[in-house]
Design a binder for this molecule. Sequence first.
Ligand code: GTR
Length: 335
Amino acid sequence: MKQNHLRRRQLLGGALGATALLGSTSLATAQAKMTFKASDVHPEGYPTVTAVESMGKKLSAATNGRLSVQMYAAMQLGGEKEAIEQAQIGAIALGRVSVGALGPVVDDLNVFNLPFLFRNTAHAQKVMDGAIGQELLDKVTNHPTAGLVALCWMDAGARSMYDTKHAINSIADLKGLKVRVMGNPMFVDMMNNLGGNGVAMGYDQVFTALQTGVVDGAENNPPSFVFDNHFQVAKFYTLTEHLIVPEMLVFSKRIWNQLSKDDQALLLKVGREAQAEERVLWNQYEAQALEKMKAAGINVVTLADKKPFQDAVKPVWDKYGPKYAEMIKRIQAVQ
Ligand code: GTR
């Protein structure tokens, strides 16, 4: 753990140095060569990682190598809370993070963290691609203290439960299971209302926690479950699809403010393209993940009835829903 921390500091050292340098020569730096450090918890080959790398290649091509992206995948720089904090101080430029982790920073986003909000992933995509999606990106960018510029959305499918103990065939099977959730109180409440014990922790700790029995289960989409290796230790996966939480690619406002208007416009353009590219990759990866799960003999349970799960999370809606009432209505109206 300590070593990880040291390694992280070494990796970040360069970026901090470069940023400090940039601060001292404002106009000249607008045209200076810059390498944008990017962080993602997922490994190389994961849709979000590939899309950001491909965005970096486009940036380099468009600026004759003046701007580029250096990807630090697979949690080399820590979890998502760390990525957000590093972007805020300008230690990295790009963080690809879940709205689950961003909600505590920009509260408007928490509406997307309500369980069973979207009818399905197609519904979520329609919302992200439309006026509401743009509005929420703007909420991040215009937030007075978040220190982030939202470049685009990224798909992350639907999240389902998995565990190391037994198949979850009905809500009763969740009773007493310690289940890791993302670091956001809404998810702890969600899990507790479903009958489990919600344990909030960073993504960087989940694999070990599952392996050592600190938690009995977690919840995530099939690509995370498979390609971050959780399926090596958790053999039961139940398609609860209780959360459809989109992700965002955010840029450090500190670094953004040092860029020329043209470079900012270019970043927004390649960001939009990254969103479209990631979606195509996502669909392929999700299918691959499901195949790998089958091949590995994972017990995949399809629920005959999700209603008991939906009913159980009503207290979460009662507690967090009212302040988003207008937005919820608008989201539900998107066909
Ligand atoms: C993944 C997501 C990550 C992170 C992770 C988690 O699906 O891509 O951004 O949020 O889940 O559970 O923490």
